[in-house]
Design a protein around this ligand. Sequence first.
Ligand code: CA
Ligand code: CA
Length: 214
Amino acid sequence: MKRTLAALAVCAGALLGTVSAAQAITLSISGSSANYNLPNNFSLSSETGLATGTTVKRLTGGGLALDTAGWLTFSYLGSEASNHNEFKFSVGGTTIFDNTSSTNTATTIYQSAAGLLSFLFKDATVGSSISNQGTSNVYLNSIALFKETATSWIILFNDTCDCDKDYDDLAVRVQAYSRDPSIPAAVPVPGALPLLASGLIGVGLMARKRRKAA
Ligand SMILES: [Ca+2]
Ligand SMILES: [Ca+2]
């Protein structure tokens, strides 16, 4: 009986291992940032779930980083700005969101290496830009981050207009996945069934052997 329980424990452990291994990925700030309370004129509360007084992390040399290679989705949340602002992924690359465009509703998926994410905000009105980890200790043309969960962050941009520090000039949600979220997941338990079945067959054979020996 002890052997039977041990064999079943091995099978159960293998099943749990299959499930937890697929979930290990996190986004976090690498390097320095400073607490910043969103001001009274922050105007994307309903779009972001953030409000006046919410403490965000203003980047002061740090950046948002993935702990392991994976997939990212970016979602447009909104923009309150008179300037023309853009959000790009892979620095200098494709514009994903543009606050003068009406087609910012799609969520886009990108594969990313581990380490700092390669995103960029551009204030196209004045031609300035700021990349992840590119922010110095100033408010203009800078980025602030808010952690929703270990895999979901809101990225806030304050553009180059020297008129406020509202961090609502373009807002994006980034979410991390250990696998491509556009491909339907293989259900982990049926996938591990052959392992469980072979364990149970082994247990059955051992019981039969013992019966024969008795
Ligand atoms: Ca602003
Ligand atoms: Ca604004």
